[in-house]
Design a protein around this ligand. Structure first.
Ligand SMILES: NC(=O)c1ccc[n+]([C@@H]2O[C@H](COP(=O)([O-])OP(=O)(O)OC[C@H]3O[C@@H](n4cnc5c(N)ncnc54)[C@H](OP(=O)(O)O)[C@@H]3O)[C@@H](O)[C@H]2O)c1
Length: 290
């Protein structure tokens, strides 16, 4: 039996015990999951040995998540990863349930910002560029660091001591240069920051049994991957799809389901040891992003 925790749509979400996989909830999951976070909670809480803590900034409106809270091993905690006080309160709540330990933290929450289809020099104004970058940095970099810091004390008492932070293949400089992707600038640049933050944690906790792993979930059918909000951006989406096609493996099926992505990521996570700490890999466990 393993012990785990994580962070989802919600932000961080944690599960305490991790055991055999089960499939009896798969049809239920398919009907409700629209984000990676929800699928992480659904997947991990389907094992009764796990205790899962899901952090949501607006739990009252997270109806699909609330549906999962009917499971005895799911706890929903209100927290915003940009708000250290709310994270501390969440960590205190976890501490009370688990007697002070946590096995896995999953930093899943992120934003794509207000200009996902804008190149660096195409923002309507420099002020809007600055605001978009600050917003992305607050959530995608500082939020992950604040959440990790808040839960490190309980993780130190855990058995597996694993921190999984979600990034994207768009944070791999070689891949981005190779395909010529010029959009999602604030998102891509801040996601690069997560990799370095994990490397810094890996360096500090090298000899303490921790595994800090940055992972890309693939292209996943979630709200984030939804169609562009502005019709004029549809052509840019097609342009990017054609770029992805140049690095897609033979038979690439396109965007995958949250179930497939989360299951693949958890398999990769299970296979990691402290020797992998600081690595950035895909849901395949390598540097193939699609
Ligand atoms: N989908 C893809 O194709 C894809 C590809 C590469 C990487 N990723 C990465 O995979 C992860 C999951 O993304 P997703 O596709 O599931 O996106 P999503 O559907 O947009 O979900 C993002 C989640 O983050 C939460 N969140 C945002 N800011 C938060 C904050 N300040 N505090 C707490 N929670 C916050 C959101 O909560 P609310 O519900 O309150 O808004 C939402 O639940 C992200 O890190 C993303 O960058 C996704």
């Amino acid at each position: 039996m393993f012990i785990r925790g994580s962070a989802i749509r919600v932000s961080p979400y944690f599960s305490r015990y991790w055991g055999e996989s089960s499939s009896h909830l798969s049809s239920f999951r398919r009907s409700i999951c629209r984000s990676a976070q929800l699928e992480f909670v659904s997947n991990l809480s389907s094992k009764s040995e796990n205790t899962v803590f899901a952090l949501a900034r607006n739990p009252d409106v997270a109806k699909n998540l609330q549906a999962l809270a009917s499971r005895a091993n799911v706890h929903i905690l209100k927290a915003d990863i940009t708000d250290p006080a709310s994270l501390k309160a969440a960590a205190d709540a976890v501490r009370k349930v688990t007697s002070g330990s946590l096995d896995v933290l999953i930093n899943n929450a992120a934003i794509a910002g207000d200009y996902p289809w804008t190149a660096l020099d195409d923002y309507p104004s420099q002020e809007e560029l600055v605001a978009d970058f600050r917003k992305n940095f607050d959530t995608n970099v500082l939020g992950v660091i604040l959440a990790t810091n808040a839960f490190l004390p309980v993780l130190k008492n855990g058995h597996t001591k694993k921190v999984l932070s979600l990034s994207t293949g768009l944070a791999d400089p070689a891949a981005v240069l190779g395909i010529g992707h010029k959009y999602a600038v604030a998102y891509s640049i801040t996601k690069v920051g997560i990799e370095m933050a994990n490397i810094k944690y890996a360096a500090k906790y090298k000899d303490e049994g921790f595994t800090f792993l940055t992972i890309s979930p693939g292209i996943v059918k979630t709200d984030m991957y939804g169609p562009p909000k502005k019709p004029e951006d549809a052509a840019k989406r097609q342009e990017v799809s054609a770029q992805f096609a140049t690095i897609a493996p033979p038979g690439f099926p396109g965007a995958i389901s949250p179930e497939e992505s989360v299951s693949a990521m958890l398999k990769v996570l299970d296979g990691t040891t402290p020797a992998d700490s600081g690595k950035f890999v895909s849901h395949h466990g390598n540097r193939n992003w699609l």
